[in-house]
Ligand binder design. Structure first.
Ligand code: HEM
Length: 460
């Protein structure tokens, strides 16, 4: 704690002392990036960045990140348009499978990764880029498959676990590597920074750092940049490894055995048709599809344990007094699968989100993104992706199970931190003549569907 406090203070002093020469800004503290490594990601992870900070630091980083995720596209592309671009690529990849059985997880993972990469790093996920590939396919999966009890032990006894051998050692090495990767990207961004045309989240943050460079208590410094970029990238990335995936739960999204495909396709054909890309504004006119997506999220219960929170005051709960500051896990499964809120919760039933007229019916116990001030910062992005990816696929393909549905094992795997969907394959049979993606050039596609392209809006 002492070391952390000290380095934090030194860091801020360093910022306060630096002077900005005219012309391209060197942001002098970037030269000290190695210090980050020396401090170790473990310390860095705990107090800095959006995910693990509190108080004023968290407030500022949260506001900044929210604005970036909502408004910021790459170059002149809005976030929605980037999602539509990715959906287009997804459809093309599905088409290449020529109706033969395949595991869709990999494609869906890559699409979700691309969107967050474009927002944070200004470039979509590129499989020709080996450093990206290494990072996404080899490093991030370690976190997802990390045994939860070990994680919990580390959480409770980190000071001793750091000296003991075990799987957690690999995690620290991976964290260092990811950290270095992000630092490299920041340095590259800094070298080519154009103040009038920020390209991505990193550029916006660098500009905010510049603005606040003389503020001794600024939260816009390198450590917060590295960790917040890491948080967004890590949490917002879909990574696929041995058929496991996280966050968007593509397995559940597409499993033909689960989904009422016919009714969804009818609604898609009626509201969107087959000659243009789905847009987010279509969702309000598609209550059935919206209900299915809600049920997918409720049922798949991606982050059952939620993230740890701490009590802000002494709390009396079911006969116990829990002191202020105690770490608690507000378990999301207990709400998403609560039989008093969702009748027959083990049944996959989208109609629970529809009223008698077939209109969408909200349920306040639906909280896969948690609730309150700390709820998921990427929920709008995730909801957009779910809607656009899913409808674009069903607009173009009929999904089929290569095995009888009763032979599929659809039980969720994993426990604690994250649920992972079952492994399975599907066949994507093109819907024949008139299928949108075959006919249209990408340039035509976006016209008149997504609204005007927004310019980058540096978050403030
Ligand atoms: C279906 C997809 C997703 C689900 C189910 C989900 C769920 C959650 C949950 C349960 C939390 C914890 C909230 C709490 O502490 O009470 C959370 C936090 C967070 N999520 Fe997501 N998330 C998803 C997608 C994303 C995406 C795409 C991003 C990236 C843009 C993202 C970024 C974050 C961040 C940064 C936090 C921490 C927010 C804070 O502490 O203020 N999430 N998410």
């Amino acid at each position: 704690v002492l070391a952390q406090g000290l380095t934090g203070t030194l860091w801020q002093r360093r910022i306060a002392r630096s002077h900005l020469p005219p012309g391209p800004t060197p942001l002098p503290f970037l030269g000290n990036v190695l210090q980050l490594k020396a401090e170790g990601m473990v310390n860095s992870l705990r107090e800095v960045g959006l995910l693990f900070s509190n108080g004023e630091r968290w407030r500022q980083l949260r506001r900044f990140s929210l604005a970036a995720l909502q408004d910021f596209g790459t170059g002149q592309r809005s976030v929605e348009e980037q999602i539509q671009d990715e959906a287009q690529r997804l459809v093309e990849e599905f088409r290449k499978t020529k109706g033969l059985p395949f595991d869709p997880t990999f494609f869906l993972s890559r699409s979700a990764s691309s969107v967050i990469c474009a927002i944070v790093f200004g470039q979509r996920f590129d499989y020709a880029d080996e450093s990206f590939l290494d990072l996404l396919l080899l490093k991030l999966p370690h976190f997802n498959s990390f045994p939860y009890p070990t994680l919990q032990l580390y959480e409770m006894f980190s000071w001793i676990m750091r000296f003991l051998p075990g799987a957690h050692k690999q995690i620290f090495q991976d964290l260092e590597d990811i950290n270095s990767f992000i630092l490299e990207r920041i340095k590259a961004n800094q070298a080519s920074l154009d103040r009038d045309n920020p390209r991505d989240f990193i550029d916006c943050f660098l500009l905010q750092m510049e603005k606040e460079i003389l503020n001794p208590t600024t939260e816009f410094h390198l450590r917060n940049l590295v960790l917040t970029a890491f948080n967004l990238f890590f949490v917002g990335t879909e990574t696929s490894h041995d058929g496991e995936s996280w966050c968007l739960q593509p397995g559940h999204v597409l499993c033909p055995a689960c989904l009422p495909l016919e009714k969804m396709t009818q609604e898609i054909d009626r509201v969107i048709g087959r000659s243009r890309m789905p847009a987010v504004e279509d969702r309000s006119r598609m209550p059935y599809t919206d209900a299915v997506i809600h049920e997918i999220q409720r049922f798949s219960d991606v982050i059952p344990m939620n993230l740890p929170h701490a009590l802000t005051q002494d709390t009396h709960f079911r006969g116990y007094t829990i002191p202020k500051g105690t770490e608690v896990f507000p378990v999301l499964s207990s709400v998403l699968w609560d039989p008093s809120r969702f009748r027959d919760p083990e049944r996959f039933d989208p109609t629970r989100f529809l009223d008698e007229q077939g209109q969408f019916k909200a349920n306040e116990a639906f909280m896969p993104f948690s609730t309150g001030k700390r709820s998921c910062v990427g929920q709008e992005l995730a909801r957009m992706e779910l809607f656009v990816f899913l409808t674009a696929i069903l607009q173009n393909f009929t999904l089929k199970c290569p095995v009888p549905p009763q032979d599929l094992d659809l039980r969720l795997r994993g426990a604690g931190f994250a649920h992972v969907p079952p492994c399975y394959q599907l066949c994507a049979v093109p819907r024949g003549e008139g299928s949108r993606a075959q006919e249209e050039r990408p340039k035509d596609r976006l016209q008149g569907t997504a609204g005007a392209a927004k310019g980058p809006n540096p978050a403030t």
